[in-house]
Design a protein around this ligand. Structure first.
Ligand code: KIV
Length: 266
């Protein structure tokens, strides 16, 4: 059952039946394979690539070529999970025609099954055009990191404008998005959006009433220990484990403990 590929209709069914959707990010084939083995429903090749992989402070500089390179190696051997890729800043904002061309290229060249776009009402016609052409769209509302300089920071969104976020969610549903990521918004607002729209909501820092949850994989694995927002639950301490391994290796090489005879050839 785990090898049967997840499709957009599974997400619809999961919302209808109240089965939570599991989602995490990946940027390379090793972690993509582990997520697939774990039975994750959705893998996102996020433009968080910029933060967790490229050491940048925002997602703004990441290019479409960089996203495509990582998306292709993530999607290459995934058998079960539905793989979506983020459209980076300025790859879809100029006009719907450019957006469609870029989305089409991403799908054709990477093997991903959907694209993710940040934004609501201003990109409604872009989402519609991409979906009408046959490419599933995952939308993204609330804290949309590509607009960070307009917000002025990574704080909670939507506290003072509940209705406008609900209107944005309705607009992306009308445009045909198959699901929407809700990032860093109050949990009661996320719950209201979840019960108002018919497409699944996937929360990150949006409480547990969403139809699914997503986290940035290196954050939940403790690979980025300095980054500690309260919505990230730490499931492993991989940075500590890796550091221990690296230090032991250095000590073993320096003391000529490694390699042993068994680790060498006659
Ligand atoms: O880029 C990303 O990883 C994302 C998730 C935080 C949803 O958009």
């Amino acid at each position: 059952m785990k090898d049967k590929p997840v499709t957009v209709t599974d997400f619809k069914r999961m919302k209808r039946d109240g089965i939570p959707i599991t989602a995490l990010t990946a940027y390379d084939s090793i972690f993509a394979a582990l997520l697939d083995q774990a039975g994750i429903d959705l893998i996102l090749v996020g433009d968080s690539l910029a933060n967790v992989f490229q050491g940048r402070t925002t997602t703004i500089p990441v290019t479409i070529e960089e996203m495509m390179y990582h998306a292709e190696i993530v999607a290459r051997n995934v058998k079960h999970a539905f793989v979506a890729v983020d459209m980076p800043f300025m790859s879809f904002q100029i006009n719907p025609e450019d957006a469609l061309k870029n989305a089409g290229n991403m799908i054709k060249k990477t093997g991903c099954k959907a694209v993710k776009l940040e934004g609501g009402i201003p990109i409604k016609s872009t989402i519609k055009k991409i979906v009408d052409t046959g490419i599933p769209v995952l939308a993204h509302l609330g804290l949309t990191p590509q607009s960070i300089h307009v917000f002025g920071g990574y704080g909670v969104r939507g506290r003072d404008n509940h209705q406008s976020l609900i209107d944005e969610a309705k607009a992306i549903e009308e445009a045909g998005a198959f699901a929407v990521v809700l990032e860093k918004i109050p949990r009661n607002l996320a719950a209201e959006i979840t019960s108002t729209i018919s497409i699944p909501t996937i929360g990150i820092g949006a409480g547990n009433k969403c139809d699914g949850q997503i986290l940035v994989t290196p954050d939940m694995l403790g690979l980025n220990p300095e980054f500690n927002p309260k919505f990230v639950r730490r499931y492993a301490d991989l940075a500590e484990r890796a550091l221990e391994g690296f230090k032991l290796y250095c000590a073993n090489v320096r003391s000529r403990n490694f390699p042993s005879e068994d680790e060498s050839y006659e």
